[in-house]
Unconditional design. Sequence first.
Lengths: 191, 717
Amino acid sequence: MVRPGWRGYLAVGLVLAGVWWLGQGAYIQVKAWLAQYLLQRAWEETLDGGGGISPWPWADTWPIARIQVDRLGVDQIVLEGASGRSLAFGPGHISGTAKPGAGGNSAISGHRDTHFRFLRELQDGDEIRLILPAGTELRYRVDQRGVYEQEDVWLLDRGERSLTLITCYPFDALVPGGSERFVVSARPVIL
Amino acid sequence: MFATRPTNSLWKDIAFTSLVSFGSGLLAALILGAVVLLLTSTVARADLTRSEEGTGPVGIDQVSRGSLLLKLASGGVSVDAPALTTDVEMEISGLLARVSVRQRFSNPGKQWVEGIYVFPLPQDAAVDRMRLRIGERIIVGEIQERGQAEKTYARARKEGRKASLLSQERPNIFTTAVANIGPGEEVQVELEYQQALRYDQGRFAVRFPLVVAPRFIPGTPLSGEEEVEFAATGWSHNTARVKDASRITPPVADPSGPQINPVTILVNLDAGFPLARLESRYHPVDILADENGRHQIRLQQAPVSMDRDFELSWVPDTGLAPQAALFTERWEAADYALLMLMPPTSGADSAPAPAREVIFVIDTSGSMHGASIKQARASLQLALSRLRPDDRFNVIQFNNQTHALFGQAVPAVSINIQRAVRYVGDLEAEGGTEMLPALERALSGEQPVGFLRQIVFLTDGSVGNETELFALIQQRLGSSRLFTIGIGSAPNSYFMTRAARFGRGSFTYIGTTAEVKQKMEGLFRKLESPVFTDIDIVWPDAVEVEMYPRKVPDLYLGEAVILTARLPQGVDQLEVRGERNGQPWQQRVDLRGGGASAGVHVYWARRKIAELMDQRATGETEEKVRAAVLEVALGHQLVSRYTSLVAVDRTPIRPEDEALDTKPVATNLPHGWSADRVFGVLPRTATSSHLQLLLGLMALSSGAWLRRLAKRIRRYG
């Protein structure tokens, strides 16, 4: 048996690193996708009348709404809180902004490369539906899309009843941590 | 057969190694190239679809185009945009400032334009008047429900009449829109607001938020000509664009350059007492004093730094400061009073603050993971180091479970402190947020005699059962005081501000680890000084009084009681009671001798609106709040989130065949806002997933390549 030589070691090292990176990258995607399925159960329970049902015992969050965009086939469960932890599982309602359905602006943010990737496809006039734990259905219509800086926190605290969806921008930047945000605003549809 | 090759393969080795490096480099470059190509093509496609849609008035590409044009504008290139000048005049008398702001829009261009200007005003400004001045004519603005006002304005705009609309975007951000400014014409919008002076540490102050040389920006019109529902599309874009603009506008750094849009400020100050000091901290001013003790302050026209608020502050001559000040106004069959009361400063001040029992509660739930828990640890360790040996303390952490370091509060001797510092250093964020048991634990326990009991609560506040928590705080508070410290980039500041209010303490926001020291110092100063507690305002029996704030907070070093009330006519006295360092203290206030002052009712109404708006966060429905705010705002003629001032000229003046361009005006907002930045930044929402996938692919393929190569070399070698 011949010794592998440094090239061999390097090759093995590279392959291992490659597998690890692939695994990490895929894990994020799979977790994001899988978590939504796991959340379904918690959502069903929430619909049945319990509020604040955690999907698994050690979870620090709970479903508060379901967001749907028919045109794009989007159907996701929104969690409470927009901390890094909860965003891995689903879009998160930013604490401190109005609860969906209450007065004021409700802001929801999600990862640009998983759940909220669909924001880039949204167009003005698209209808967004929010289903609340009580079963109530709220309908919004997209009326603005734009790119803002992360300091533009006034976006969270503006005017009357509206829905604001926030994700990072640009959508295809490789390195996370950019300072720009893509923001979609929608106004309630009055029936 | 290969083995027969020459064994000296040094050259081959070198050649192969070079080839390998070149090859893997090429591969990496190819992959990267392909990725870049892919990305740019999708971006290009996205842009294309966007501009084809044409539905959104301002697309992403247009935002950047707008900023480019702004750059030109600020670079001195002549643009066909109107100009704005602002004159500010303040009348200060007693505790109130009446401020009039005159915005002059002039249009040097050849087209009809609409000017939209977003500008900051003080947070508590009660805007109650707007006049539109066209040449010699004055049209007085009328307060209307916001939607109605927007419609009125839009109609006038379309019909070619002159009109102006003043709306409140956020408590400190307002918008003026002026329609149909003719070529070469000047139109003035005058607005007036009322504001209470600030008093802290023996110093009175008034602020006016200044903007960096505001100027009009040309840009693509915001909405189509026939778009009547401009309110639905317009406002946020304006701010978006303006905000964007402020980012790229170079600061007014070149004093030799002409000032494009000057702001003038004139203050008439009637303090009511001799002054020891009068200063404008950030801007050079000229001061003129007359024999009656009145002062006139004027902003020097020399270049001034426009990136900060204008702040004028004054200090009464020693011993001549009033101990109480009262202003009253009779308005629509009710009396309105504004009262300021300074607690006595003698004696107790020199006495050291009593020993404290401090309960630190720290949130270690999963949402605190990362930078948040680091900030929390740093803050807590700093706080521990400030305790004195005769203080007592305990540390409680909670996630889904609550755990206390000590069974009960222990003396802050060094052995205990060391143990606590270690304990805090080891805290990790994991699990759920069960705040109730932790709060319950902190609020229970006997109040040790002779100790000031303070609960310092560090959290990001991501909880859903706020109401329950507030109820608990209210029931169990006793003589404890709750100080909340908001941690992380997006803490639930509504929860924490309100929890601190119910807990009769204060809220501190720490956004970055770098801020920990400075912010905690501020909090310590409060925690460690003598304090007036349990302040109670006692009105004569059976008098119906609506007072704001509803409950007077504790007073820390150098603060004064400031309250405003609406009372039936003829109430002539009240009593203020409280405790200072455990000693009862009371003061009777005669309501008859107060100076009459116009505008007290406006101030009262503004406070009431603020209080009502706060209720939204505690679960009140918007409909109810809106109805209540509308009643106050319409009754007292105030601009609010639901009411706007609108003025419309009678005769149409823009010829029907002339188009109207919309020109938003840029302004720099950051300084007025920094105080409001309780949210930190918008959440970060990108993962490294794509980067990792790409790196993984690259590493894998170059590894495989290398391995094959290594085999070949082995065979050749």
